[in-house]
Ligand binder design. Structure first.
Ligand code: ATP
Length: 239
């Protein structure tokens, strides 16, 4: 469904991606694991058209993606950015409706809004509240709900569990699985490698702008080098 080919991206003289290739099949959850600064957000921002690659291409359902973020959203790819990027002064409902900004199927939009409220009852309760006053976890729910409002079939998720309490981290990963059961395909960037490898089908390890390893999530979760570098003490002692 998504094919990234030999992507090179630079910020001035800083080369952030150095020939990244990967693929995601329909219905999969694929995760990119990497340390701070490995290039994970750069990769997602390039796929969604916010950054222009120096070289390389991104194919979606076999065709090159247009290099414009709005057209990329229209083709069915939506991005839940790191830091959530919600509009603090707008209400919860208005933030959600912004997700549907490029759609004009009014009835389906209303039905999707109901669906989002069914998944996130907390957002329904706070429909009129200013989004900036939501807790961190609620803001993450809002960012995920807004992605559902685009009705995109492919979701790019950047560090959805960042800064959340353990119980909420669990909820976020349950919601990712729920998205999959709704037929969405997901490319997930996470520093919480332990959780990401539990939920994903396949994974890529990104180090300093290069993919250094790929495989099934199960294989990588057992790989001694991956355990040492990304899974820390949680996996030691046979986990
Ligand atoms: P994190 O997990 O910390 O969010 P990341 O893997 O998402 O990290 P990126 O944000 O993609 O990493 O950054 C990759 C590299 O590109 C880093 O060395 C970073 O300093 C650099 N970089 C990112 N954005 C810019 C920018 N706007 N200008 C210059 N350099 C940048």
């Amino acid at each position: 469904m998504l094919e990234v080919q030999n992507l090179h991206v630079a910020y001035g003289g800083i080369r952030a991606l150095k020939g990244v290739s990967l693929s995601v099949q329909k219905g999969e959850i694929v995760t990119i694991i990497g340390a701070n600064g490995a290039g994970k957000s750069t990769l997602l921002n390039t796929i969604s058209g916010f950054l222009k690659p120096v070289r390389g291409s991104v194919l979606y359902n076999g065709s090159a993606l247009p290099r414009r973020p709005d057209l990329i959203v229209k083709s069915g790819i939506c991005h839940v950015p790191e830091g959530r990027l919600i509009f603090a002064n707008l209400s919860v409902q208005d933030n959600l409706m912004l997700g549907a900004y490029l759609r004009n199927d009014k009835k389906a939009i209303q039905a999707d809004l109901e669906k989002v409220f069914a998944i996130f009852p907390r957002l329904k309760e706070r429909e009129e509240q200013r989004a900036g006053t939501l807790s961190g976890g609620e803001q993450q729910m809002l960012a995920m709900g807004r992605a559902l409002m685009t009705n995109g079939e492919f979701i790019l998720m950047d560090e959805p569990s960042l800064g959340l309490a353990p119980l909420l981290v669990q909820t976020v990963f349950e919601i990712i699985e729920r998205f999959r059961s709704m037929g969405k395909t997901i490319l997930l960037v996470e520093q919480n490698a332990f959780k990401a490898l539990q939920v994903a089908d396949r994974a890529y390890i990104l180090e300093q702008g290069k993919i250094v390893k790929e495989g099934s999530a199960r294989e990588l979760a057992r790989d001694p080098a991956v355990k040492e570098a990304y899974l820390g003490s949680r996996s030691r002692g046979g986990g």
